[in-house]
Design a protein. Sequence first.
Length: 492
Amino acid sequence: MTDSERQELLQELLQKQENGELKPKDRYEIPPQDMPEQDPVVRAGNVNEVATGYTETHAKIEALRCLRCKNAPCVNGCPVRIRIRDFVVEIAEGQYEQALAIIKENSLLPAVCGRVCPQENQCQLTCTVGKRFKDPTKGVSIGRLERFVADRDEDSESVPAVAAETGKKVAIVGSGPGGIVAAADTRRAGHDVTLFEAFHKPGGVMVYGIPEFRLPKAIVQNEIDMLTKMGVKIVYNFIVGKTRTIQQLLKEDGFDAAYIGVGAGLPNFMGIEGESLVGVYSANEYLTRANLMRAYDFGSGADTPIARSKRVAVIGGGNVAMDSARTALRLGAEKVYLVYRRTEKEMPARVEEVHHARQEGIEFHILQSPKRILGDQNSQVTGIECLKYELGEPDDSGRRRPVAIEGSEFTIDLDTVIIAIGNKPNPLISKTMPELEITKWGTIVVNEETMATSIPGIFAGGDIVSGAATVILAMGQGRIAAAGINEYLANK
Ligand SMILES: Cc1cc2nc3c(=O)[nH]c(=O)nc-3n(C[C@H](O)[C@H](O)[C@H](O)COP(=O)(O)OP(=O)(O)OC[C@H]3O[C@@H](n4cnc5c(N)ncnc54)[C@H](O)[C@@H]3O)c2cc1C
Ligand code: SF4
């Protein structure tokens, strides 16, 4: 559809709407509005954002697809219960500020969530329009609409009001989405808040994991700037559990409460031969070097460069694997393979990311997995020996179990292998606090109503509680924890 056709369609729809003639059957017929994107060939050579965002015309047409369902099932699909129907209706009416105000009742980071939330498994999964087409990606594009109003936010510089100083000190450990929200909400209540971050930059996975081409770092930085304008202090290069323990912060440094939001950043490995060869990275290390430590800057001598790769295999099928493969391409690799032991249907990555990766030329090797990594006399990776797989009965996760086909070995020539098969919690903090209750997976046990841990005054949220999950879940838990901390301090 050309821009002028789109404009014409909008005028026609608005006219019908004004005359009360836009019935549900007409709304079903409105074409879903695709997200404008950079051309795949061009974007594979730059780090700019792939999706360039809806125009006003796209947004209004998309919003007019919403049936305004009485029971709004989309709201139940949203982990933080944003009043989706109401904000979508405001967009259809051109009331963008009101739309954003509705979103901000429940979400502090709409520009982030509009970009990275897995809507097709959440709000869009329950959307009546998507159900009618038996395809959540054809439901109302809730995330794209959220991003549209967030990007137009004219009030983005206004600093939230902070209550009178309470004299109580709160330590927030980790500056991921959960930590940011917990810091904002406890500071709003008037507490003296300090955010401790192990890295030299804030933002957690939103900065060191998710690449610029999916989530521009300036958006996250805006949120951090807002925290400092509200009076939150940020201390970098401070590893809680090493630099100071939580007990020291609480017993010796005058903090009255703490929030643990350190994520789940310890990478899993496969335990196969060759994983310590030069040229094997965990996805975490690879992405952190690329995103946070200027590894892309081959010319000016970044401290932690990545060797220039020509042939790369990424092992895994989640968002992290897609991000690693697409990053490798942008760092100049000639061939990037994605090796996954199930089929595309079982891939945990977002449908959109899989689609983008394919468009950009990532080659998918499905139903395959490395048996060992091969190297030369200099311990440099030269390839992987793979086995082919077939799907058997469903396992505990409900997905069909991959079963290796004996004797199916073959090799792929490579110089780099990136392992992206999941992360687990780092035991650094729990090891220094034996009285902190944790699960057998190392996640922290909390009371879900308040996010309080087994130790009074210590709260937790995000991936360190849920295991590797999502930005919106971390943000929602940060908010519940802040309410828990505010209540705990009010009674202290
Ligand atoms: C590559 C990648 C892509 C992803 N893509 C998506 C996506 O598209 N959509 C989505 O919803 N989710 C995605 N996720 C998951 C999502 O980013 C996480 O679920 C979310 O960021 C978890 O937030 P958190 O608040 O637990 O903190 P995290 O974002 O994990 O941040 C934790 C912070 O704590 C710091 N820290 C750790 N230990 C210490 C310590 N001892 N002392 C001080 N600071 C410490 C870390 O440096 C980090 O900054 C992705 C994850 C990865 C790795
Ligand atoms: S379920 Fe879909 S169609 Fe119904 S109100 Fe929500 S967004 Fe609109």
